[in-house]
Design a protein around this ligand. Structure first.
Ligand SMILES: *Cc1c(COP(=O)(O)O)cnc(C)c1O
Length: 486
């Protein structure tokens, strides 16, 4: 153990300080603080010097893995590089110091950014209007489903309480539907990994509110029957919801609005390069077709007909309020900067380059890893474990978990594992368009070495990782009995 691996409390020394505060000008007897809120003694903080504190936090940060430290091919999560210029604009004091209760006349710039970003998202997705208020993809799903319900109810159609969700869907889809009070009905995938239209047709009746789809789906495959699905769902009176978490694959090429989707969300923290992980912050804007625009949640940004100035407006119909104010403005600023700095031409290269990178990695590894669906993938793909995994031998069998753990030793973040649930040994890889070919080749090299090791020295994988600060935590215990402090 290195000296600075010690806990900061262990370095504490009575009387040592790492700061000098300005003199206290607050009156001794601060009458306006109620007794119950006053401290009775000093807080139990470590007494350490400034270098101790700096080393503590820098060393902690070095134990972490982020997209700024290495390749992060986490499928379904689009861990692309987050350009630092995004941070600069987001923390500009003119934006960072705004208060959400400021009068509209004093926040015209922020409202303009809100409205321009909405317009750009419309143009990239083919939707008619966007709200930027939801805080995450899942929050966007709930908002979108509330809009779907409002639509049916506003037409006096109260029977539509069921929602169709494919078996390959992300877990948030059925969860959001349940929170919205809808009954989830599953539709099967074909062996080719796309929605089975013959399974879908009999499900469609006048109790169906709509369908939730990801396209490309969680296998990275484009739903080739989308036209047929769209026509059937609409003919049955349902609406189509598009989970836009996989929008990266389509950006610049195909628009959900043109495929006939009525409602969708985007994950700005995935497709539009705002940092995420560890639970946020994010943004899940929701776009709708023109006939649903009046059902978007409030507040919305409008224009005063008298002064021509932008203003926030509250609508009486629709989803109501789904967030305190107008979304995660810092995240919106970063996505706005990202689109503006790429420009119209370059933002449209995102999809093609991310698809190229994914197919390159897939083709370079498929002789060593099982590819359950052989086809051109979009921005991500799924292997079903190693081809040579010593399957059936309890002392030598190498699982997807072992592969993922061993990758950490080679300095790569693990891909998404055991999702989608369609296969037993899923490894879901999404390289994104922001990685160089040298990085992709290094990753391919590590994956191939691991495939060799699985044959020559399976124990090396089964006991990996070997050089990370934490090795194999008991994941069940970590989830059921989390230790959240020293
Ligand atoms: C990430 C993701 C979501 C949920 O988005 P959050 O922002 O994490 O709430 C939904 N669907 C798919 C396919 C995703 O990858």
């Amino acid at each position: 153990m290195k000296y600075y691996d010690k806990l900061i409390f262990e370095l504490s020394k009575e009387g040592r300080t790492g700061f000098s505060l300005p003199e206290n000008t607050w009156p001794e007897t601060a009458d306006n603080i109620p007794d119950g809120l006053k401290r009775s003694g000093y807080p139990d903080l470590p007494q350490v010097s400034e270098p101790d504190v700096v080393r503590h936090y820098v060393n902690l940060s070095n134990m972490n893995f982020g997209v700024d430290t290495g390749f992060y091919p986490l499928g379904s999560c689009t861990m692309k590089y987050n350009p630092k210029i995004n941070e600069e604009t987001a923390r500009h004091p003119g934006f960072a110091n705004l208060h959400p209760l400021q009068p509209d006349e004093t926040v015209q710039g922020a409202l303009q950014i809100y409205s321009e970003l909405s317009d750009w998202l419309c143009s990239l997705t083919g939707m008619a209007a966007f709200t930027l208020n939801p805080f995450a993809g899942a929050h966007g799903e709930l908002t979108g489903l509330m809009i779907m319900r409002s639509y049916h109810m506003s037409r006096g159609d109260f029977k539509r309480t069921r929602i169709i969700v494919p078996d390959s869907a992300h877990g948030t889809n059925p969860a959001s539907a349940a929170v919205c009070g809808l009954e989830v009905v599953q539709v099967r995938s074909t062996p080719q990994g796309v929605i089975d239209i013959d399974d879908l047709r009999p499900l469609l009746d006048d109790t169906v509110a709509g369908i939730m789809m990801t396209n490309p789906n969680t296998l990275g495959l484009f739903e080739t029957e989308i036209r047929e699905i769209e026509a059937s769902v609409h003919a049955a009176g349902g609406l189509l919801y598009y989970d836009g978490a996989n929008m990266n694959a389509l950006l610049g090429k195909v628009r959900p609005g043109d495929m006939g989707f009525d409602i969708m969300h985007l994950n700005l923290h995935k497709t539009f390069s705002t940092p995420h992980g560890g639970g946020g912050p994010g943004a899940g804007p929701v776009g709708v077709a023109a006939r649903l625009e009046h059902l978007l949640p409030s507040p919305v940004v409008g224009k005063s007909p008298e002064t021509g100035k932008l203003r926030t407006e509250t609508r009486t119909q629709g989803a109501g309020r789904i967030s305190g104010f107008m979304g995660n403005f810092g995240v919106l600023m970063k996505a706005y900067t990202y689109i503006l700095s790429l420009g119209n031409e370059n933002v449209r290269k995102t999809g093609p380059f991310s698809v190229l990178a994914a197919n390159y990695v897939k083709e370079s590894l498929k002789d060593r890893y099982k590819l359950p669906v052989e086809s051109l993938c979009k921005h991500e793909f799924v292997f079903d474990g190693l081809r040579e995994a010593n399957a059936g031998d309890p002392d030598r069998e190498v699982t997807t978990l072992d592969v993922a753990k061993r990758l950490l030793d080679y300095g790569f973040h693990a891909p998404t594992i055991y999702f989608p649930l369609l296969f037993h040994q899923s490894i879901m890889i999404e390289p994104t368009e922001t990685e160089s070919i040298e990085t992709l080749d290094a990753f391919i090299g590590a994956m191939r070495t691991i495939a060799d090791e699985a044959v020559s020295d399976p124990d090396l994988l089964r006991s990996a990782p070997h050089n990370t600060p934490v090795r194999r935590p008991d994941e069940t215990r970590a989830a059921t009995h989390p230790k959240l402090k020293y």
